[in-house]
Design a protein around this ligand. Structure first.
Ligand code: FMN
Length: 313
């Protein structure tokens, strides 16, 4: 497959970059299993990012990539550090790819950007991206403003560009993988499924909350600022109530405060922390290893592919 050749992997399965969750242990485990692991730099300082790169290289000799959410103030510094350290595979997100892609391409890197509309996918292609991740409204973490679901978004992105498209948002098993490839995607990026696994860096209490969650337990909050999908808790309820009464962006920022995601996702404060996770958490009932997840995805995909009905008589 073109995408596997582009990324140097066996299976077209990417573990999305995830703040607090995707450190060296997770990224290396996914790459060792034949998928592509991504180091999530969003929750790292430049110093801890450099240490994470060294550790990931110790844990795997397979290709892995770096996710850089462009909205963070230290994104430019992380990109410089990564380039200087020899990283040549970047998944950028949450920002303007036209500002960063030409520089990365000039350094010989492969660049994939996360999009939420066909229009943005076209823009990525025009500024030199090698592939895009089309991420639907179901997804955990930061979300597009247009609220297009994966089922609607992926085929329209596939039609809008000629570069490979990875589908993301709501994929949790081989059925989801088969559905995404049926929509024309060349591969998939999974977040929530890998967030709930043994090598994920999330706090154990948060992992247990994910596998106990019902499908309707997530909410999209902070639409006025940067929309983010989280598990419902006291913090989310407060934000939702404020949004309902038309709170300003400034008031929402005050309610959000600082270090919410660290509090919830790393420190395991389940009521007052921000707990980013997708709608597919309702399907997740176990905490396997990342390697077991990749193996099951491939096995179950093959089963689904072989069991699709023939529609003509
Ligand atoms: C806990 C968590 C943290 C995330 N953090 C990031 C991030 O730092 N950068 C990013 O580009 N996407 C982030 N995402 C989105 C994922 O990379 C991925 O695209 C998304 O989770 C796919 O949808 P799914 O959760 O339905 O699998 C995060 C998702 C989760 C669940």
């Amino acid at each position: 497959m073109k995408l596997c050749a582009l990324l140097g992997i066996t299976y077209p399965i990417v573990q999305g970059g995830m703040i607090w969750a995707s450190g060296p242990a997770l990224a290396a485990a996914v790459s060792n299993a034949g998928g592509l692991g991504l180091l999530g730099s969003g929750s790292m300082t430049p110093e801890s990012f450099t240490a994470a790169l060294v550790e990931t290289r110790r844990l795997t000799d397979r290709p892995f990539g770096v996710n850089v959410p462009l909205l963070y103030s230290h994104a430019g510094e992380v990109l410089d550090l990564a380039l200087a350290a020899g990283v040549r595979l970047f998944f950028t997100s949450a920002g303007n790819p036209a500002k960063t892609t030409p520089r990365l391409k000039a350094a010989g890197a492969t660049v994939v950007h996360v999009v939420s509309t066909p229009r943005l996918a076209k823009k990525c292609q025009d500024c030199g991206c090698d592939a895009v991740v089309a991420e639907g409204f179901e997804a955990g973490g930061h979300n597009g403003r247009d609220e297009l679901t994966t089922l609607v978004l992926v085929p329209q992105v596939v039609d809008a560009v000629t570069i490979p498209v990875l589908a993301a948002g709501g994929i949790g098993d081989g059925r989801g993988l088969a559905a995404a490839l049926s929509l024309g995607a060349s591969g998939v990026q999974l977040g929530s499924r890998f967030a709930a696994c043994r090598e994920s860096g999330l706090h154990e209490r948060f992992k247990q909350a994910i596998v106990a969650a019902a499908p309707e337990d997530t909410r999209l909050i902070l639409r006025k600022l940067v929309p983010v999908r989280c598990l419902r808790n006291a913090f989310v309820e407060r934000i939702l109530q404020a949004e309902e009464r038309g709170a300003s962006g400034e008031e929402l920022l005050t309610l959000l405060g600082r270090q919410r995601s660290r509090l919830g996702m790393l420190e395991g404060e389940l009521e007052e922390g921000e707990l980013e996770i997708g709608q597919i958490s309702g399907l997740l009932r176990d905490l396997p290893t990342a390697g077991e997840i990749v193996t099951a995805l491939v096995r179950d995909y093959e089963r689904v592919r072989g069991s699709l009905p023939v529609l003509h008589a």
